[in-house]
Design a protein around this ligand. Sequence first.
Ligand code: HEM
Length: 410
Amino acid sequence: MNKPSTRPPGTEPLALSIAQLDADPHGVFRRYRHLTPLLKRENLGYIAIRAADMEPLAFDPRTRQIETEQLAARGIHSGPLVELWSNSMLFANGGEHRRRRAPMSRAFAFKLIEQMRPRIRAAALAIIEQHLQAGELDFLGDFASAIPARIIANILGIPAADVPHFTELVYSVSRSLSFSYAPSEIQGMQDSAQQLMTYVDGLLGARGAALNNEFLATFLMTVSEAGNVSAAEILSQIVTIIIAGSDTTRGAIAVQVALLLQHREQWDAVCADPALIPGAVSESLRYEPVVGSFPRFTLEDIEMDGYLVPRNSILSLSTLSAMRDPGQYVDPDRFNIRRTDHPRRHLIFGLGVHRCLGEILARAELEESLAALVNRLPQLQLAGKPPSLQGHGGIRRIDGMRVQWASPRG
Ligand code: HEM
């Protein structure tokens, strides 16, 4: 990480605007990665862009997880968003983080989540059946958004009739995890956060219903045994898993299908051999990641290659840049589902104690939804222009995607 440098110590990294970064994130990072380990994002902190720096920075005791600094940097100092995120495991450190994460980790037992696989496949097949005769589908709205929402609703025992409204709220609040929202959107995000917390509070209030649900029963039992998790924290952890698992997975479901359809021979290969599905999922998550970076906060000055990140700064670790770094991947700008150089722990799910709690569920949703599509609609095609993922950091947004098919398999 600290290579000898001819630069005077403490040099300020090159600053780029959010618009410049968002316009062509892969191009920008490709241009600068071999020149500098760091870029500055206007007045919103620093971005580490090399693969070799991700792990050292994530485990560096001079960094910690951000708490409410990212919201404060956008002028959000109070209200439902602060209440939600300041009680969440996602933006906590040390003992507070462990206390909040432990009961949720237990509820996310491997066995329970693996049992969801047939339900995910069935949900995907049901959507395909429903649209089969039409020969076309709003893939983002009716497939990619529906799967994570239905599955988390299923896990939490949320009635099917509530899912559409609940989904709208979730996608609005999840905007607060990106860098690319306008100030005019903040009030709407605050209102959605309040409504979502009120909804989940009602779910927990119906205690009998909650205790009949295996996931919530395990979570609430562990919380009650531990005896040190407040009511606000209980609520926030549930809202956290709903939000952390929705926009991320919906974008990834859409992007992986779009990438495969744009590399037709690889789509056809997956149709012919579904054993290629896990590799296709991993490669799509690398090539066009739905989480562009994850944030940390610096407790001390950190110098990298002569450049300085001052203490008390937001430092984003760019998954988007690191996963295209030729220092880590052979031919990184080539989409290749047969690649064998993915690290054992895929960077898209983060590093260290905050590593994604939902990785197994996310992979199950991505693999099972793709399996249903290649099985039922091998003749699938993109309709119109391919979707693009917008944003360079945090959760990235997809702008819409339609698909079509000619004659359905019987
Ligand atoms: C493709 C889908 C997903 C991606 C790319 C993803 C990515 C990530 C990343 C990068 C982090 C670490 C953030 C950090 O260190 O600041 C994280 C944390 C987390 N994720 Fe995911 N995630 C996905 C799906 C899910 C799902 C399906 C769930 C649950 C339903 C989930 C629940 C969580 C939770 C609860 C955390 C916070 C863990 C903690 O702070 O200890 N994620 N995720």
